[in-house]
Design a protein around this ligand. Structure first.
Ligand SMILES: [Zn+2]
Ligand SMILES: [Zn+2]
Length: 277
């Protein structure tokens, strides 16, 4: 029996003798089946061929990423707060060296993950780090591919994880798409961690909001405005998605970007076409 792992997205499945028939995460409008067909691997087969890099990017904020890339290639974030450490988001590759690196930084008291594309091998991380609770929004339960008692589902619009560390449900990319706000990060300027809920674009002064990033499927006006309105009252000078961060005033970047996006949805932009033109 093995816990098979999807090569394309990194989602890990319950133990089985043979690989699952298909990956439910990839077989969805938001993702895609590898052009070479569905492929599977295991964590044991990957171990020894990859390394997880730890990079301190701000006081108390460390990214964890895998080289060479596994699955989607997102970064996890280790947040070291005075009240305890949190692993925000998760990556598929995991090994003993990763455990040692995290323990050397004080271990973790909680795992929270923005959405199903990053659930990956979360159960392995939880078990190896002391059966740490994994906080997921209940509306994303249908996309939990490896159910486990370590998963704690939360309902509603927000959850106070630790003093000054709050999960907020924004929706959009997935019904339970979540962001994490750390009030005291960056010397009190605040930080927002967004996964794929709010994503930094090529011009890093701006962000976007999509139903599917690989398939370029947009969201509607109501949903984009709801996401922007949910985070608008929060103080955050920096915004970190699953790969990179915004440059400049991040709170204002979300506001400006939502207005730009909605203007394009309405056709209220230069170059628009109209029936009478
Ligand atoms: Zn997959
Ligand atoms: Zn995603």
């Amino acid at each position: 029996m093995q816990h098979y792992l999807c090569v394309t997205c990194g989602a890990q499945y319950p133990a089985s003798d043979t690989p699952p028939a298909r990956c439910l995460i990839c077989d969805d409008d938001r993702q895609y089946i590898n052009p070479d067909g569905q492929q599977w691997t295991t964590l044991a087969a990957l171990q020894g061929h990859h390394i997880n890099r730890f990079a301190a990017i701000a006081p108390g904020i460390t990214t964890i990423s895998t080289e060479p890339k596994v699955g989607i290639g997102e970064h996890a974030h280790l947040l070291q707060t005075p009240q305890g450490n949190v692993l925000w988001d998760c990556i598929a590759y995991f090994d003993d060296a990763t455990v040692r690196e995290i323990q050397a930084r004080g271990g973790i008291t909680a795992i929270a993950i923005s959405h199903p594309h990053f659930y990956s091998t979360m159960i392995e991380w939880s078990r190896a780090l002391g059966n740490v609770p994994i906080h997921l929004h209940a509306d994303n339960q249908p996309w939990v591919m490896r159910p486990d008692p370590a998963v704690r589902y939360w309902d509603g619009e927000s959850l106070d994880l630790l003093p000054g560390v709050t999960l907020l449900r924004c929706g959009g990319h997935f019904p339970g798409s979540t962001v994490l706000h750390w009030r005291d990060a960056n010397d009190g300027a605040g930080a927002l961690f967004t996964g794929d809920t709010i994503k930094v674009v090529a011009d890093q002064r701006w962000v976007t909001f999509m139903y599917s990033y690989p398939n370029s499927i947009p969201l509607d006006e109501y949903t984009v405005r709801h996401i922007a309105d949910t985070v608008a009252p929060l103080p955050f000078a920096r915004l970190y998605d699953g790969w990179t961060s915004v440059t400049g005033d991040a709170n204002d970047a979300v506001r400006r970007s939502a207005e730009r996006y909605i203007a394009h949805l309405r056709g209220d932009t230069p170059g628009r076409l109209r029936p009478d033109q």
